[in-house]
Design a protein around this ligand. Structure first.
Ligand code: FE2
Length: 196
């Protein structure tokens, strides 16, 4: 039995990211270039077709497509069930580019309006909601507070992270109604190969 072939467009994406990391001096400029590359990837029809068979990531999972052995950036996949309610969180010090590949999702952004001096307390204000449709990428800077909400149908997204947070450091998790913040572990990483 032969295993399915790796998807060429995804391999190229990884090579282009490695070239960007080699060429550019800092995380912000690398992630801005990475955002442009991710925009092309999430507009690619072969990538979209491949995502139709990806398993659901319900239960706080991420598909782990790739983690770079030299530069540490990581590429994840997320597959949401229709109407999935996302929790409010940050990604600690990591940069995150969030690209919708199939279906629709919305990205809520919050800002913190308390001074952070009271342990476990955080008062948030919703500042924007961006409708993410297939082919759209959002770049989320370190410690930005946000929530990804599922749309009316199944949706698939590809995430480029400047480094893997899960298993390495905790991240903030917020409850806007109770006005709380706590530190939690990142999503479970499920190794998965992007094949055509
Ligand atoms: Fe996020």
């Amino acid at each position: 039995m032969t295993s399915p072939a790796k998807l060429p467009v995804f391999d190229r994406f990884i090579q282009d990211l490695r070239a960007a990391w080699a060429e550019l001096p800092d995380t912000e400029s690398r992630m801005k270039r990475g955002t442009v590359l991710l925009e092309a990837l999430v507009q690619d029809p072969s990538m979209r077709e491949a995502s139709k068979s990806w398993p659901s990531t319900e239960g706080r999972q991420n598909l782990l497509f790739y983690e770079d052995p030299d530069y540490n950036f990581a590429v994840n996949g997320v597959v949401r069930v229709p109407g999935r309610k996302g929790s409010i969180h940050d990604h600690a010090h990591a940069w995150t580019a969030y690209g919708v590949l199939d279906g629709t999702e919305s990205l809520q952004r919050f800002q913190r309006v308390d001074d952070g001096s009271k342990e476990g307390y955080a008062k948030l204000e919703l500042i924007s909601v961006t409708e993410g449709k297939a082919g759209k990428v959002d770049l989320v800077p370190p410690f930005d507070i946000h929530a990804e909400q599922g749309g009316p149908t199944r949706s698939a997204a590809v995430i480029l992270r400047s480094e893997r947070v899960a298993g390495r450091t905790t991240q903030g998790s917020y409850d806007v109604d109770k006005q709380t913040i706590r530190q939690i572990e990142g999503p479970t990483q499920v190794p998965y190969e992007v094949c055509g």
